[in-house]
Design a protein around this ligand. Structure first.
Ligand code: FMN
Length: 168
């Protein structure tokens, strides 16, 4: 499927709405609630079985997704601000919690799910600045450079990634 051309058109998620999606272990979408499907602009048929990166926005740094996957694959719950790309090229910011689903018998990870809400616009403004800096680092020195920048920022603040997200 062709990637939509990003447009400077923002869609705002109503404060009381929640976007839910589930994936298999590789990040292919296995479920999306009504609101998740609606805001994406894709049909349920287009979303089911597609990689979750179908709604990836080019303004999102790779380092954030690396941190996300490292966390959830080791069984942790990860919170992140994510800018997503809708099928019509518009974008929508979410505050996402992504977490593994475990098999009740073996305890192994069988997939992942994510719950997202409308983020606080003031926090989005701060995250936008951070992501711009990470993207710049990525353009110059690839993923290693943006990961290093993120680690440096956290070290300077003396906080973990999760504490940092909560402190915004
Ligand atoms: C449960 C779950 C939910 C995800 N939600 C999103 C999302 O809303 N937007 C997004 O761009 N990536 C999301 N991802 C991450 C994607 O799998 C992917 O890593 C990301 O879009 C970057 O694409 P890439 O890994 O092909 O570079 C999610 C992953 C999981 C496991």
């Amino acid at each position: 499927m062709r990637r939509p051309e990003p447009k400077a058109v923002e869609r705002l998620l109503e404060p009381d709405r929640i976007l839910v999606s589930k994936t298999d272990k590789r990040g292919r979408i296995t479920y999306g609630n009504k609101k998740f499907i609606e805001i994406s602009g894709y049909s349920e048929e287009e979303l089911l079985g597609a990689p979750h990166s179908i709604i990836r926005h080019p303004d999102m740094p790779k380092a954030v997704f690396k941190l996300l996957w490292d966390g959830i694959q080791s069984g942790e719950e990860i919170n992140a601000y994510v800018k997503n790309l809708a099928k019509d090229g518009s974008f929508y910011w979410v505050y996402a919690t992504v977490t593994p689903s475990f098999d009740s018998v073996s305890g192994e990870i069988i997939g992942y799910f994510s719950v997202r809400r409308a983020p606080d616009p003031a926090k989005v403004a701060k995250v936008t600045q951070l992501y711009r800096a990470l993207l710049d680092a990525e353009r110059g020195g690839g993923l290693a450079a943006s990961e290093k920048l993120l680690v440096d920022i956290l070290e300077k603040e003396g906080v973990s990634y999760d504490e940092f997200i909560h402190s915004l």
